[in-house]
Ligand binder design. Structure first.
Ligand code: SAM
Length: 226
């Protein structure tokens, strides 16, 4: 917490950036930056159930997690949603021989459909949103999963309630200072604790909500549809 407080103080005057332009600007160095989680990307598909044919990826970016998904399920149909057209263009170039359908949009707004997917996946995308937004999203994820479907999320979580509260307060302070409305997405990490996020998943109708493993601070969490 001391290091986090020091970093927040050092960066207090750094302006918040809108989410999709944040990623578009950093596309050139993005995959090198994310290579810290190489091992997590490699393991990703091993936590999915057998026979996944229809998969929805929320915040798919350039599709780093899809490498292990296609290694395990070469003929899977993947729908990837991301706000950044630039990230999606890189993904499409990489997987042009695979059944990938990309949607450039906000996963809080794009309709998913009912009972369509064997698995919904996400890697390092959901740690920017309030518990209220996440609860609504988790309900929609439960609805779009087939019976016994799985939501697999690998993400950054707050280590304790104090970190969670501190980051939400700092994000609110920076938004207010720059007059940024709540509805605009900004790139500022506001992770929940694993316990808080697990409670939201249960509230949204998931059973068997389990943190599985942590790789360089990225925690795999799997939730099964009742
Ligand atoms: C850290 S990147 C992770 C990308 C990819 N999953 C990976 O691991 O390489 C986070 C991604 O989430 C996307 N994102 C964030 N909020 C989003 C939203 N509300 N709707 C769609 N995409 C979103 C960003 O554009 C970005 O590409």
């Amino acid at each position: 917490m001391c290091e986090l407080r020091a970093w927040l103080a050092e960066t207090a005057a750094v302006p918040l950036e809108e989410m999709s332009s944040f990623f578009a600007k950093r596309l050139g160095s993005y995959e090198t930056h994310m290579s810290l989680w190489h091992e997590a990307y490699q393991k990703f598909a091993s936590f999915l159930p057998a026979d996944c044919t229809e998969i929805l990826d929320l915040g798919c970016g350039t599709g780093l997690e899809l490498q292990s998904v296609f290694a395990r399920f070469p003929t899977a149909h993947v729908t990837g949603i991301d706000m950044s057209a630039e990230m999606l263009a890189a993904l499409s170039a990489k997987y042009d021989n695979k059944a990938v359908h990309t949607i450039c949009g906000d996963y809080f707004a794009v309709p998913f459909g009912a009972a369509r997917f064997d698995a919904v996946i996400s890697f390092q995308s959901l740690h920017h949103f309030t518990p209220e937004k996440k609860t609504a999203l988790f309900r929609r994820i439960a609805e779009t999963l087939k019976p016994n479907g799985v939501f697999l999320n690998c993400d950054y979580f707050a280590c304790c309630d104090e970190e969670e509260t501190l980051l939400f307060a700092e994000c609110a302070r920076r938004r207010a200072a720059a007059n940024i409305p709540d509805a605009e997405f900004v790139h500022f990490d506001t992770p929940l604790t694993v316990a808080h996020e697990s409670a939201l998943l249960r509230k949204a109708g998931f059973s068997e909500v389990q943190p599985l493993e942590s790789v360089n601070g990225a925690v795999f969490q799997r939730a099964e549809k009742k």
